[in-house]
Design a protein around this ligand. Structure first.
Ligand SMILES: C[S@@+](CC[C@H](N)C(=O)[O-])C[C@H]1O[C@@H](n2cnc3c(N)ncnc32)[C@H](O)[C@@H]1O
Length: 338
């Protein structure tokens, strides 16, 4: 038995109780193998509905290893999962189209659906972006939003495909606003909304984060080195009862730089000011090299300096399909009550 085979069997065994629970809760999207913590750094195996998504980040898998892995996952889950293999080890290489095992069947690449807490999500094995359309490590945070959003005005920042917004709508939010600058991502969010026609309608704001949040917060827009700013949608100053802030690790635009390592404050400050006086801000930091304790200190200090001290905070951890031996998972989620 190869070391990958052994590691995969151990991972699948360890997940039995979690998967039984998730299946009962109408959830069929989860991580089956988290290589960095389970013996094969640079390899992940995820289930998205009837699709098995295998991704390699350091080196490609051999044909045999891929076939064995697929067969083992199908047998253990008693389901004929359709394989999509995205090799991301050599800048955008993704796949070798010559071999049917690597290139995936037409069925596997067709638009599909997965479920999480009974909410339907678009599953697409390959699309214009690199990442899957639903980030699985954020599942616990989505669950929290669903359980706590009744009657709330919810703002979902860096919304991507609007999973958090859908959970707020499913949880009975009074209003849900999703913000992202990428129309393609919001378009998948709209598709996700259509897959759940029983949910109340959400709003979609296509804008760069900085002008949008600064207008909502009532802050002036900073010009960069005296240059005129590109056009941006005009928004009224206002507040939300629940704000969800989940930025990428790093991104630059004409309006500013998202940099979770060096400058979390410039993201956090306007988000705090947009949160209602007795509201809730759920903030995230997915950078592995930022320690939870340092980040927590920064966040609490920033809130105090703004005259909006945090009354109570709570940490949320990803579920057991994202094991973390040092209890320091890369994705850190904080729920702040003001
Ligand atoms: C890591 S994803 C966020 C994941 C998301 N919160 C979720 O629930 O799945 C990052 C998102 O931020 C968006 N983004 C990056 N920089 C941005 C900016 N300056 N303004 C608005 N959106 C931005 C990207 O388009 C992408 O959809």
């Amino acid at each position: 038995m190869s070391s990958l085979d052994q590691a995969l069997r151990a991972a699948l065994d360890a997940r039995r109780p979690l998967l039984a629970e998730l299946h009962q809760q109408q959830t069929d999207c989860y991580r089956l193998f988290h290589g960095s913590q389970e013996g094969q750094p640079g390899l992940t195996v995820d289930r998205y509905g009837s699709q098995l998504l295998v991704q390699s980040f350091h080196q490609p898998l051999t044909r045999e290893a891929l076939l064995d892995l697929h067969a083992l996952c199908c047998a253990q889950l008693a389901s004929p999962l359709q394989l999509v293999y995205n090799d991301r080890s050599a800048g955008n290489s993704r796949i070798d189209r010559r071999d049917s095992v690597y290139s995936a069947s037409a069925e596997a690449l067709a638009d599909q659906q997965g479920q999480e807490w009974g909410i339907h999500y678009r599953v697409r094995g390959r699309h214009a972006g690199q990442d899957p359309l639903l980030f699985l490590d954020l599942r616990q945070a989505r669950a929290w939003v669903k359980a706590n959003s009744a009657g709330q005005r919810v703002l979902n920042l860096f919304a991507y495909t609007c999973g958090v917004g859908l959970c707020a709508a499913a949880g009975g939010a009074r209003e849900v606003v999703n913000l992202d600058f990428a129309e393609g991502n919001l378009q998948v969010g709209r598709e996700n909304a259509q897959l759940n026609p029983h949910l109340p309608a959400m709003q979609f704001v296509q804008s760069d984060y900085f002008p949008a949040i600064r207008q909502w917060a009532g802050l002036p827009l900073a010009r960069r080195r005296g240059q005129a700013l590109p056009a941006y949608p005009r928004l009224e100053q206002r507040k939300f009862d629940m704000v969800f802030l989940d930025p990428p690790a790093w991104a630059r635009s004409a309006f500013g730089t998202v940099d979770l390592l060096r400058d979390y404050q410039s993201l956090l400050k306007p988000a705090i000011l947009t949160t209602a006086r007795d509201g809730i801000l759920v903030c995230n930091n997915n950078l592995a090299k930022v320690a939870f304790s340092d980040w927590l200190e920064q966040v609490l200090r920033c809130a105090s300096k703004l005259g909006r001290p945090v009354r109570d905070w709570q940490q949320l951890l990803p579920a057991a399909d994202f094991p973390s031996h040092d209890a320091q998972p890369p994705l850190k989620t904080l729920i702040l009550r003001f």
